[in-house]
Design a protein around this ligand. Structure first.
Ligand SMILES: CC(C)(COP(=O)(O)OP(=O)(O)OC[C@H]1O[C@@H](n2cnc3c(N)ncnc32)[C@H](O)[C@@H]1OP(=O)(O)O)[C@@H](O)C(=O)NCCC(=O)NCCS
Length: 174
């Protein structure tokens, strides 16, 4: 595989069509626990609410394309976190999806790591959870590669967690 330059940036309303394409892709729908196709109107509403929600972190994974003279940073997928509090403290549920043309290139683990290191993810988050279908080998392997461990296996779903996010940028104690 050739070297791919990857960056992450906060999602914007202009990414709505790209996010829709990736979220509605048959591979993504198959991996989702709500498998039915997504309608554009419902997507726009859902997406605008997610962007406005302070308990949600929505990041776009970009890769460089073009030539040495002209580099274009192209959206390649997204990583999102739903934040919540429980008795053990703040936690986040992570979801990743790459556009079909960017799958199978070994990008997933790096995108997860970069997202976990994002300054957008509050430092109070001590536990990150991924809920994955047992048949989703690529997702299970990508999360395992960055240190997630299987917490539980139920019929139809595997829960993987990472505690004490090791990827958060160091913030000196105040
Ligand atoms: C899940 C997803 C992000 C993984 O990205 P990817 O680009 O396909 O995976 P990568 O190429 O980075 O490979 C990740 C690992 O899975 C393995 N892998 C990739 N495709 C695989 C497949 N079809 N079957 C088995 N293993 C596979 C790779 O060898 C790699 O393993 P390694 O780290 O041990 O070498 C991507 O497939 C995707 O967007 N799928 C649709 C949405 C989805 O499933 N989201 C996750 C919901 S929890």
């Amino acid at each position: 595989m050739s070297e791919v330059f990857m960056t992450l940036r906060p999602a914007a309303i202009d990414d709505a069509a790209f996010v829709y394409r990736v979220a509605n892709d048959p591979g993504t729908r198959q991996a989702s626990f709500r498998g039915e196709p997504i309608l554009w109107g419902g997507h726009l509403d859902w997406y605008a609410h997610r962007l406005a929600d302070p308990r949600y972190v929505f990041l776009i994974v970009c890769v460089d394309s073009g030539s040495a003279n002209y580099v274009r940073r192209k959206p390649a997928g997204y990583v999102r976190f739903a934040l919540r509090d429980d008795e053990a403290g703040a936690e986040a549920e992570i979801t990743i999806a790459l556009a079909p043309e960017h799958r199978g290139r070994g990008l997933a683990a790096r995108a997860i790591m970069w997202a976990m290191a994002s300054e957008r993810l509050p430092h109070s988050v001590r536990r990150v959870v991924a809920v994955i279908k047992p048949s989703n080998e690529a997702s299970l392997r990508a999360f395992a590669r960055v240190g997630f461990e299987t917490e539980s296996m139920e019929p139809g779903r595997v829960v993987m967690t990472l505690r004490s996010n090791p990827y958060l940028a160091y913030i000196p104690p105040t």
